[in-house]
Ligand binder design. Structure first.
Ligand code: HEC
Ligand code: HEC
Length: 351
């Protein structure tokens, strides 16, 4: 009898404990999620709301002008390449080629980064050599590897004698005596690029909807922060706001087997402390912007994550950890505004 009582007491205790454990588990489940969200908010930010309805006609006109210029092949010397040839807006702003090459046949040696969400970065190009959106089309247009325009007057003359542009420039820059100028080409393209934002499921989570991410995606996010990835890839772009050495623990070349020896920022500054320093790319849409790294040397996202772990953090991840990080990274794949994907009507007739 005594034994039975003890047994009953024990089983009651066990079942009671099980119940406690169960409810405790459920409670910590959401607590953990809330803690994850709080931590994530220390590192990342929600994308600003899409420019919904712009009512200012000048601003509207500038964005439209930038949209046309972005798609217009007449911005290249050959008349066959537009910004969209390499930064294809229907494929997440990239060409999915390892290194961009121009129709003139000059391999740039570098992978074309996406233009989506780039407006939120604070430096441009793989070596961070441009600091504003306005600077960068100038560097593109004049780069023999990109649009190969011999000098800026060349483009401006082309645009001035065109049938659609002069009036559009005038409406976009009503206070300028000479609206068709290269400065205004840059300002318009930059205005258009600022509209290229892609909110994703990650933003829904960041806005407080804890069930927007699946368990493995949450685990990936937690590991991304714990392992130290978020020390470099952070902010609203999940990167794009600093330049860092690619290869803190291991020379990147031993893992990427890069064919072109690129020393990154050192090529620009000549300073040996900038050797192999590259812009930390923003990781929004990274699931779609393959191949990876400045030279597009790595085709798969799994391999890129493993390489990053090794060269930047001296960490080897298990297959499950890599899978979780990758599934988190894919939550950064966002929605592209439909209109941006379409070739402007105005340009359909041009040769
Ligand atoms: C032939 C392909 C090609 C064309 C055409 C081209 N680009 Fe690029 N773009 C690239 C490559 C390659 C890079 C990276 C170059 C580097 O880092 O040195 C780049 C970099 C950029 C960046 C910086 C992105 C970042 O995150 O740092 C922006 C923005 C950009 N291009 C916009 C444009 C615009 C606007 C045009 C048209 C005026 C244009 N590109 C035309 C290939 C191209
Ligand atoms: C010390 C800073 C630093 C840390 C830490 C870091 N990264 Fe990077 N990451 C970079 C830089 C710099 C590049 C660009 C390298 C190059 O030149 O190609 C990069 C590139 C990438 C790319 C390729 C993106 C593209 O568009 O080509 C991925 C993916 C990536 N990192 C993921 C991660 C992950 C996952 C972690 C954590 C395991 C991590 N990074 C940790 C600095 C860092």
């Amino acid at each position: 009898m005594k034994k039975l009582l003890i047994l009953l007491a024990v089983s009651a205790f066990v079942s009671c404990q099980q119940k406690n454990e169960k409810s405790a588990f459920q409670a910590t489940d959401t607590k953990e999620d809330s803690a994850l969200l709080i931590k994530a908010r220390e590192y990342f930010k929600v994308l600003p709301a899409q420019a919904v309805m712009i009512t200012d006609p000048v601003k509207q006109s500038r964005e439209k002008l930038g949209y046309l210029l972005f798609y217009d092949p007449r911005l290249s010397k050959s008349g066959t390449t537009s910004c969209n040839s390499c930064h294809n807006l229907s494929s997440f702003g990239v060409d999915n080629l390892s290194a961009a090459s121009s129709p003139e046949g000059n391999p740039a040696g570098r992978n074309a980064p996406t233009v989506f969400n780039a407006a939120l970065h604070n430096m441009y190009f793989w070596d961070g050599r441009a600091l504003t959106m306005e600077e960068q089309p100038g560097k593109m247009v004049l780069n023999p590897d990109e649009l190969s325009v011999p000098h800026l007057g060349f483009i401006v003359n082309r645009l001035r004698s065109d049938s659609i542009y002069p009036s559009l420039f005038a409406a976009s820059f009503p206070d300028d005596k000479i609206p068709v100028s290269f400065t205004n080409v840059k300002r318009s393209i930059a205005a258009f690029e600022r509209t290229l934002l892609t909110p994703s499921r990650f933003d829904v989570f960041m806005s407080g909807n804890l069930s927007a991410l699946k368990p493995e995606e949450k685990q990936g996010l937690a590991l991304f922060m714990e392992a130290g990835c978020a020390n470099c890839h952070n902010g609203v772009g999940v990167g794009g706001n600093s330049a860092q050495r690619f290869g803190i623990f291991t020379d990147y070349r031993t893992l990427t087997h890069s064919r072109v020896d690129d020393e990154g920022k050192m090529k620009v500054t000549g300073d040996s402390k900038d050797k192999d320093v590259f812009k930390v790319p923003g990781l929004r849409n990274v699931g779609m912007t393959y191949p990876y790294f400045h030279d597009g040397s790595i085709a798969s996202l799994d391999s890129s994550v493993k390489i990053m772990g090794k060269v930047e953090l001296n960490k080897s991840f298990t297959e499950t950890e890599v899978k979780n990080i990758v599934s988190f990274l894919k939550t950064l794949t966002g929605d592209i505004r439909e209109e941006a994907k379409k070739m402007p009507e105005e340009l359909k007739g041009i040769k």
